[in-house]
Write a protein that binds this ligand. Structure first.
Ligand code: URA
Ligand code: SF4
Length: 208
């Protein structure tokens, strides 16, 4: 049977592949259209997400919706998920083994959705593509890796209460519409073999 987002959600709901399942109320597979052009990947469910089974519904989520709105995007048109689908107790950081165990689900989501742009929110999703990078150095700088333009951003929870990071995250997201336009354009122009083109030099793009 062909894979689907619904199938992944079903498996995640009963998954016991890592210790996080023991404190799970609801798994949070992620949500959004199966053909979303943008995928946002956070860290892991928090208290409210664990209760509701939906990603980014707490304070960080509200801020994220606000940021998306500021660039003319609604939550409904992007796919939002996390590197781990079950809540780390007390909102602690996810452990490497947990991230590794949960990776299969994220891999399948990416393969199904094939988003042009993947926005990593915070260090843990960034590390998948940039294992040794510092977020303070590379945030807002896109890089084409394989079929996707990967854009590392600060985590909205971190940026919410820190004025300097808040400014940075707003600025970084402000560039997203252009990155998206560029990413889609390079596919139509050059098909599958676009490697590391203009995206290496994001500073050259003019801001809206
Ligand atoms: N923070 C995350 O990283 N993910 C959520 O779903 C909520 C808060
Ligand atoms: Fe399974 Fe991921 Fe939940 Fe761990 S976090 S139990 S790997 S779904």
């Amino acid at each position: 049977m062909a894979d689907s987002l619904e199938q992944i959600a079903k498996e995640v709901a009963v998954c016991t592949n890592c210790p996080l399942h023991t404190s799970r109320i609801k798994a949070v597979p992620g949500e959004g259209p199966p053909d979303a052009q943008i995928m946002l990947i956070g860290e892991g469910p928090g208290f409210h997400e664990n209760q509701s089974g939906r990603p980014f519904v707490g304070a960080a989520g509200e801020f994220l919706s606000e940021i998306l709105q500021s660039i003319g995007l609604s939550r409904e048109e992007v796919f939002i998920c996390n590197v781990v689908k079950c809540r780390p107790p007390g909102n602690r950081d996810p452990e490497p083994l947990e991230i590794e165990a949960c990776r299969v689900y994220l891999d399948r989501q990416i393969a199904l959705i094939e988003p042009n742009v993947i926005v990593t929110l915070g260090r843990y999703s960034m590390a998948r593509w940039f294992p040794s990078a510092r977020i303070s150095r590379i945030h807002g700088t896109p890089r084409r890796i394989g079929r996707h333009l990967i854009v590392p951003m600060y985590h909205p929870a971190a940026a919410l209460h820190q004025p300097s990071l808040r400014q940075e995250i707003m600025k970084d997201f402000g560039k997203l519409p252009q990155f998206l336009a560029k990413a889609s354009q390079s596919w139509t122009e050059s098909g599958d073999d676009a490697t590391e083109p203009e995206s290496e030099q994001p500073q050259q793009l003019s801001l809206f």
